[in-house]
Design a binder for this molecule. Sequence first.
Ligand SMILES: Nc1ncnc2c1ncn2[C@@H]1O[C@H](COP(=O)(O)OP(=O)(O)OP(=O)(O)O)[C@@H](O)[C@H]1O
Ligand SMILES: [Mg+2]
Length: 508
Amino acid sequence: MSQTAAETILIIDDDDDLRYSLKRVLSSKGYRLEEASSGEEGIKQAQAVEPQLIFLDNRMGGMSGLETLQHLRGVVPKAMIVLMTAYGTTQTTIEAMKFGAFDYVMKPFDPKRILALAESALAAAHDLGKAEAASAQRTPAEELPEQEIVGTSPSMQAVFKTIGQVAASDVTVMITGESGTGKELIARAIYQHSLRSKKPFIAVNCAAIPDNLIESELFGHEKGSFTGATTQRIGKFELCDGGTIFLDEIGDMALATQTKILRALQEGEIQRVGGSETIKVNVRLVAATNKPLEDMVKEKTFREDLYYRLNVVRIRLPALRERSGDIPQLIEFTLRRLARENKTQAHKISPEAITMLSRYSWPGNVRELENVIYRSAVMAQGETILIKDLPVEIVATVAPDGLKDPAAVTVTDASTAEAAEMDSSESLGVNAHDTSEKVAAGIADFDRGMDEAFAACYPANKKLLLDIFEKAVIKRMLEVAGGNQVEAAKVLGITRATLKKRIDLYGI
Ligand SMILES: Nc1ncnc2c1ncn2[C@@H]1O[C@H](COP(=O)(O)OP(=O)(O)OP(=O)(O)O)[C@@H](O)[C@H]1O
Ligand SMILES: [Mg+2]
């Protein structure tokens, strides 16, 4: 990358001749050059001129090069520093790199090497601004280029429409919804569809950061501004300049911090903690919360003015139980992802299991659904998730209602499409010389149905277990025997009369 004359390079060396020759070499490329003859002076100069690159001598009277380096890291954290040494020991080199030097050069130096080094260091400084902000809060979702959002329910379609309407403007968006409904996903979608999509997206979880640290996290701090502030720190707002900041769980933010957020939004400026300089920032804000902010405003735990400032556009994400029509699609989506990530063997699911999952109330919403699918896929023995693989607590909450009466046990007799079909064509049965393939498939289906019935009844409804199994065995035996009751009774080892009683009892 070619650099422009606007780049500033600071040379810190106590040797006048060296500064002079270095300046001559570098000025040939039109860089702006500044100099200092000691470490102490260099630190002051760095603060004043904010160079992108610093050439720093290792051995000077007063503060040493390595000491100066450590101070400079705090003062101009984004500057690239090249240490110059005539006494090139490995130890100095290692130390220099450890303290964050970009590179080092040996004196006497080769002008070509100096120019090449300057160019690559300045290119790195240029990239750092972008990269630093982008990697500041890297989360797995961010590594996916653009994440698919699933949902064909009218309520989700309305959400997508709003995203489309507001993404391109810089308007503040407030996303509400229960935990796990996809608030962060929607925040990222707004960012990805905005004009700021090439700039950083930084997510800050306000609930995860202690009150006394959140301001420094958001706005940065000056060295020594509080105990533990050993170096200067650049905050998320500054790093995110030009981009989108996502303040998650904003309802958990202390009132004092709320005031500063309001100022950042209204005036477009911030101050580092312990600093007096006013820094201009241009940041679009997306916020999320699962707390009732209106109530908090009434209780005066959330600033009313900030509330109105945030609430310009509001997106309410419906709970998953309010859009259960989306559940099958979300399940398929999750299974596809598991297959892609090669995490589990199972990447299919039985229709019965989908039905059962669609009836569950999902207090943890989409996140809980994803976890359940993952757990179930791990439990599954084959490539298909069956009811027996689902977490017991789900089966136990969903199943009992439908299982009061054996005759109404849909899980058993409708557990396979084939069985249901045979039900309605009782007298037909299986032709004596129907292929063994069909019988084998029938047995596999039967096993599957039994597994599902077992999972559905145990432990919630133990009494039903034997009845269900007996009914299923008799039914299947009759099918295999082509409806011949004498034959079926013989194979089952019971009398024809007993078989007849059971058939009546279960309404087969
Ligand atoms: N509509 C959707 N389509 C696909 N995946 C979704 C959808 N909604 C949520 N998810 C997934 O569900 C998980 C939870 O979503 P997210 O983290 O955005 O929820 P949240 O509302 O921010 O939750 P919390 O309040 O707990 O922070 C994520 O893995 C996300 O990718
Ligand atoms: Mg979240």
